[in-house]
Design a protein around this ligand. Structure first.
Ligand code: AMP
Length: 400
């Protein structure tokens, strides 16, 4: 962070969209912990921090009378925990704009923190309303964006607010800097060989990403339900597997492009199949292009685990997005586990590994391997769009 924060009130967009239980206790404080270094640096430099964030989707879950469910979605639930983590005075404003926010922001002293109420209590947040953004901007002297997870949205607090600060008065926070640096590192001049592992449910969600990987990958490993649409493209029989027949053409074209680009595409030779989409399904191993009717491919099989693992372990750069199977069900989790282990092993031997995008992050965390990969991205959709080569509005608003 290049700004001198001394005696400055820094308006910081954090991502405090943490999961809460029924009693509003935080069940996973990763997002708070990850924002602490940025806030701490501002406070230690003699500044104060005004924090803004969203929590959940309050406007999509209104009370029966049409009002906002403040009890459920208030950021006040986080205050106590934040005090503990920051070891600082943390005030709370029960509105993110308006009189009380203005008053509390003005009274804030160096070393202190003000947490603003949920920005998504206002429809103006998601619509990117300029007037609303200007009110937020007026609370601080400088703007810091440390919410990578929402950088792909042109919301008021993530993007539009930055228009009210000149280049010397806005910057990325430490977390956001790290996300951008790591994603850039894997795409620009990565150490070779580069292996991209892509899994998950749908080809349609990942086809842009797959095509982008053709620019710099040596190997692309495809697992998850996506693999069966590719099997269809190769005229295989996939039984009842989850497929997208309207993406068969895209899969065929992708294979052609990969061949022309000299990129090796690895599909799972075999699959763990179930007779229904359930944890207690009967299970058998089938060749992925010969899945019988009444059975569905729900994980990569033992032979695929071996060949995928070997390629991953021999790589110098690994990007992983999406699980290899229905990892939420123990009978179909082995493939995803084995990739997580192979990525950890390659990393221990010097490879650079990045895990990004929702479910693969959950899988790595579930296996307690997060510390054994080089970088776990906090931004699901945002990381996908960044890797796809899109310009994220939250980033552009700071750099442009
Ligand atoms: P995504 O959000 O696209 O990364 O997809 C993740 C979801 O894909 C997870 O909930 C997995 O259970 C699911 N998934 C992965 N492999 C399969 C499969 N073979 N059949 C059905 N669902 C799958």
């Amino acid at each position: 962070m290049t700004i001198n924060f001394k005696d400055k009130k820094a308006l910081v967009r954090v991502d405090f969209n943490v999961p809460l239980d029924k009693a509003f206790n935080i069940t996973d404080d990763t997002r708070i912990r990850e924002a602490v270094p940025t806030i701490r640096q501002i406070l230690d430099a003699g500044g104060s921090a005004i924090l803004m964030s969203h929590l959940g989707r309050p406007l999509a879950k209104l009370n029966a009378d049409g009002s906002v469910d403040r009890q459920k979605f208030t950021l006040e639930h986080l205050v106590k925990h934040l005090r503990k983590k920051l070891k600082a005075r943390v005030h709370f404003a029960d509105d993110c704009v308006g009189k009380s926010a203005v008053k509390k922001a003005a009274a804030l002293k160096p070393g202190e923190v003000l947490l603003l109420e949920n920005t998504r209590f206002y429809p103006e947040e998601e619509s990117g309303n300029a007037e609303f953004a200007q009110k937020l901007a007026a609370l601080g002297d400088v703007y810091v964006n440390d919410a990578f997870g929402t950088a792909h949205r042109a919301h008021a607090s993530t993007t539009i607010v930055a228009n009210y600060f000149d280049a010397n008065h806005k910057c990325f926070g430490l977390l956001m800097d790290r996300e951008i640096a790591n994603a850039t590192r894997v795409m620009k001049n990565p150490a070779k060989p580069v292996t991209c592992v892509v899994g998950g449910a749908k080809v349609s969600d990942k086809i842009i990403l797959l095509e982008r990987f053709l620019d710099f990958a040596d190997n692309i490993i495809i697992g998850g339900a996506m693999a069966y649409t590719f099997m269809l493209a190769k005229k295989g029989a996939v039984g009842n597997s989850l497929v997208e027949p309207d993406r068969v053409k895209a899969a065929k074209e992708f294979m052609k492009k990969a061949k022309a680009a000299g990129v090796k595409v690895l599909l799972p030779k075999d699959s763990v199949c179930g007779d229904k989409f359930a944890a207690d399904a009967a299970v058998q191993i089938c060749l992925s292009h010969q899945i019988p009717d009444g059975w569905m491919g729900m994980d990569i099989g033992p032979s695929a685990i071996k060949s995928f693992g070997k390629v991953v372990r021999q790589s110098q750069t690994i990007i992983w997005n999406g699980p290899m199977g229905v990892f939420e069900m123990p009978s179909f989790a082995e493939g995803t586990k084995s990739i997580a282990k192979a990525v950890a092993r390659a990393t221990s031997k010097g490879a650079f590994s990045m895990v990004g995008g929702g479910d693969s992050v959950a899988a790595v965390n579930q296996m307690k391997l997060a510390k054994k990969v080089s970088f776990v991205s906090t931004g699901g959709g945002a990381m996908l769009e960044f890797l796809e080569g899109k310009e994220l509005p939250g980033i552009k608003a700071i750099t442009a």
